[in-house]
Design a protein around this ligand. Structure first.
Ligand code: ZN
Length: 146
């Protein structure tokens, strides 16, 4: 597991320092806020969905390195995907991070499984995914991990 832990640290560090898709999205047609009260992480997620495809995705927020990196990785992996594919990734990530099943078909997202060594930080990693799921469902309420 040492290699995965090293890779995990490296990816978190990189995406936290240089978050991808960190901006507002003025023409978003789905927007949702998410909070992780346990750690104080907050994100605002913007999605532009057309013809069942996530054409563009962006986020803003403030939080710990894991929440920022996880949101950055999430935006990178769902951009250009069909809504059902993004939901399948959400399910897969949720299972991997909370259920302890080994990641399958998650590609580079599998490095986030490293967070399982830090159980108190799991919600930091799932926040962006719960917010994605809520935004796609047009949830009226902000998402909370609690
Ligand atoms: Zn956090």
């Amino acid at each position: 597991m040492a290699d995965l832990q090293d890779l995990y640290q490296e990816v978190i560090f990189d995406h936290n320092r240089h978050p991808r898709n960190y901006r507002k999205l003025p023409d978003a047609n789905h927007k949702l806020e998410g909070y992780n009260p346990l750690c104080g992480d907050k994100i605002t997620l913007y999605l532009k969905v057309a013809d069942g495809v996530i054409q563009d995705v962006a986020f803003e927020g403030s939080g710990c390195a894991i929440s920022t990196a996880s949101a950055s990785l999430m935006t990178e992996s769902v951009k250009g995907k069909r809504v059902e594919e993004a939901e399948a990734l959400y399910e897969g990530m949720h299972r991997m991070l909370t259920g302890g099943t080994e990641p399958a078909n998650l590609g580079k997202l599998a490095v986030l499984s490293g967070v399982r060594s830090y159980p108190t930080r799991v919600k930091c990693a799932t926040l962006a995914w719960h917010t994605l799921h809520g935004a796609l469902k047009d949830s009226a309420e902000p998402v909370s991990t609690e």
